[in-house]
Ligand binder design. Structure first.
Ligand code: URA
Length: 212
């Protein structure tokens, strides 16, 4: 199974530079609805990390406290379980790209507000356009809802309890892109049954990559 895109060093350098530009604009995003909260708490924006030639991109909701302190996605308890899930299907963090819909931590881990989604989602759009993965895996209902809407798949959107583990083929800015809906790994921290659901839903990733 091919995990990475076959791209040149020049293309990789271009992607690095474009992703660095996103990082710089987020660092200076003084008009962000979460900028003041970030500064007051000495938090970092969490842009994303992983392989710039990844065929799979994971999109979570928003950084938690650990993530905002370290500036890295999924480095807390949910991230540890994400590592277990990746290992379950033979993937390593280094071979995928991991990011979030919202790039700064919302206070007390509350749900993202519509104006926060409106502010941060263009950065996610740019990340998808730059990395051009074959498969985007949404973790949780916020990134699911955003990408179904963004990819004009809204007629296929259902509650996450109905569509988790399912893949939808769509287009993103005129490029083919598959979308796999999964529960958020944090859900398994409070609900043991969810652990098994996520483990078996994760197996769809290798099936999709193998087919393409
Ligand atoms: N939850 C998320 O959605 N993203 C993270 O980076 C960490 C926890």
């Amino acid at each position: 199974m091919q995990i990475l895109q076959d791209i040149t060093q020049t293309e990789l350098t271009e992607r690095y530079n474009k992703l660095k530009a996103i990082k710089d604009s987020l660092l200076n995003a003084t008009t962000s609805p979460l900028y003041a909260y970030r500064q007051e708490n000495s938090f970092h924006p969490v842009i994303g990390e992983g392989n710039h030639a990844a065929r799979v991109m994971f999109v979570g909701e928003a950084p938690g406290e650990n993530e905002a302190k370290q500036g890295r996605p999924f480095c807390g308890a949910a991230g540890k379980f994400l590592d277990v899930l990746l290992a379950h299907v033979g993937l390593e963090r280094e071979s995928v790209y991991i990011t979030n819909l919202i790039k700064d931590r919302p206070p007390n881990n509350r749900d993202p507000l519509p104006e926060e989604i409106a502010f941060y989602s263009p950065f996610l759009d740019d990340q998808i356009s730059i990395i051009r993965p074959d498969l985007v895996v949404t973790l949780g209902r916020f990134s699911m809802a955003y990408l179904f809407e963004r990819m004009e798949l809204r007629e296929q959107l259902q509650p996450i309890s109905k569509i988790h583990g399912k893949v939808c083929d769509g287009t993103f800015k005129a490029t083919r892109l598959s979308l796999l809906t999964l529960y958020h790994p944090a859900a398994a921290l409070y609900n043991g049954g969810m652990r098994q659901t996520l483990l078996s839903d994760f197996e769809a990733i290798t099936a999709i990559l193998g087919k393409k």
